[in-house]
Design a protein around this ligand. Structure first.
Ligand code: AMP
Length: 400
């Protein structure tokens, strides 16, 4: 069932009081400075659209995991300051809480063209518990609910699923963009379609692999998860990270890829180290086997070259997960090379989508963020979308 988006219903929004779920879960430095504003920037088009419809806009978000306890370091106050600068032509207010009499009064007196940011939803345990009376109290502040927190729509919380029981609702422009990119890639990809999966665990990506195998032409697997696939083929991976419990599953996925005619590419050389440490000495192993006494922490140069050639010739590229321990500069080369290859694919006319917090920071580190068609703002949500799961925060919105 198609869900209502704000672009479909400007007349229903005109002059209304809107409560909008945003994802302002941004990283803050110790002294409360916003170190990456990507998620706030991503919410601005929807806020602007609502202001253009003469709405009064109430913004709700979580920040971090305060677990129902008021935690000053997780206050949204730095974001209120940011919004005051970003919307200097509008009145921007911040409430000390997200429910209660004072919040109700502030919401009641909010006028068209004004913005009210409520305090961290997760200062109340009722938010993550999807407590109905908490959801109802949030809903009572406004006439209409807009969901634009893509990073939170895989959760069944009061501000994602619960609130939609008490208000008419629609998705915002960010959700539309995320769903358009991810949805089109999965349902009508331009071919060749390539998925590049990496990261720590096979177990986290099993469902993604299973959902993508019938759709992709090639599947590249890098990162620690590649070593479970190599070991499953009796290749010596020495001390590399392996999920012993998933060796059979890896064997089955390899068979499934062959049966479906999917080209599955794994590392054929590695950068390894004796310890998992930032200052560990990188050891180049030119073989597919990992040298005894070491663990592979990055793909090697031959692998990077093969992966790159595959990527730059694709027309649809999805990447979730890094190729190695890119947080350590000595083991980041493979991940950065792949990020650059994805940017080249975009320049060659491909639709390129990068999802997951680590991959998003890798394209940033590689300096190619602006050369990717779409960098998803939702780690868990984009993964669940790629798994083919229903996202409850979208599914609960009003039908078109
Ligand atoms: P994920 O959250 O599953 O996407 O995993 C990302 C994490 O996987 C990053 O923190 C990487 O450091 C880690 N990682 C990637 N490659 C390796 C590897 N070869 N060995 C150990 N950890 C890895």
């Amino acid at each position: 069932m198609k869900k209502q988006n704000i672009l479909d219903i400007p007349q229903k929004l005109h002059n209304k009081k809107i409560i909008m779920r945003v994802d302002f879960n941004v990283p803050l430095s110790e002294n409360g400075n916003i170190t990456n504003d990507k998620r706030i920037v991503a919410a601005i088009p929807t806020i602007n659209y609502l202001l253009e419809q003469d709405c009064a806009v109430i913004l709700i978000s979580h920040l971090g995991r305060p677990k129902g306890v008021v935690t000053p370091q997780m206050s949204l106050a730095p974001i209120a300051t940011y919004l005051k600068n970003a919307f200097s032509n509008h009145n921007v207010f911040m409430a000390d809480d997200c429910i209660g009499t004072e919040v109700k009064e502030m919401a009641n007196s909010l006028k068209s063209g004004e913005i009210l940011l409520l305090e961290n939803l997760r200062f109340h345990q009722e938010e993550t518990n999807n407590d109905p009376s908490f959801a109802q109290e949030l809903a009572s502040l406004a006439d209409f609910f807009v969901q634009d927190a893509f990073g939170a729509v895989h959760r069944v919380h009061a501000s994602t699923a619960g609130i939609t029981k008490y208000l008419p609702s629609a998705s915002g422009l960010l959700i539309k963009k995320e769903i358009d990119y991810l949805g089109d890639a999965l349902s009508t990809p331009q071919k060749p379609f390539i998925a590049i999966l990496g990261g720590a665990k096979v177990s986290d990506k099993i469902n993604v692999i299973q959902n993508l195998l019938p759709k992709v032409d090639s599947l590249i697997i890098g990162g620690a998860m590649a070593y479970t696939f190599l070991k499953a083929q009796n290749i010596n991976v020495a001390n590399s990270r392996v999920e012993e419990d998933n060796l059979d599953l890896a064997r089955n996925l390899l068979k499934e890829a062959t049966a479906k005619n999917v080209k599955l590419l794994l590392p054929i050389d590695h950068i390894s180290a004796t310890d998992f440490a930032e200052d560990a000495k990188p050891i180049l192993s030119k073989e597919v086997t990992v040298p005894e006494g070491t663990m592979a922490l990055d793909i090697g140069p031959k692998t990077a070259k093969i992966f790159k050639e595959e990527i730059i010739n694709a027309k649809t590229v999805i990447n979730n997960g890094p190729m190695g321990v890119f947080e350590f500069p000595a083991f980041a080369k493979g991940t950065l090379a792949i990020a650059e290859a994805i940017a080249t694919a975009t320049a060659n006319g491909a639709v390129t989508i990068v999802g997951g917090g680590d991959s998003a920071s890798a394209v940033k580190k590689a300096g190619v963020e602006s050369k990717i068609s779409h960098v998803s703002t939702g780690g868990g949500a984009s993964l669940e979308f790629l798994e083919g799961k229903v996202l409850p925060g979208i599914d609960s919105l009003t039908d078109k």
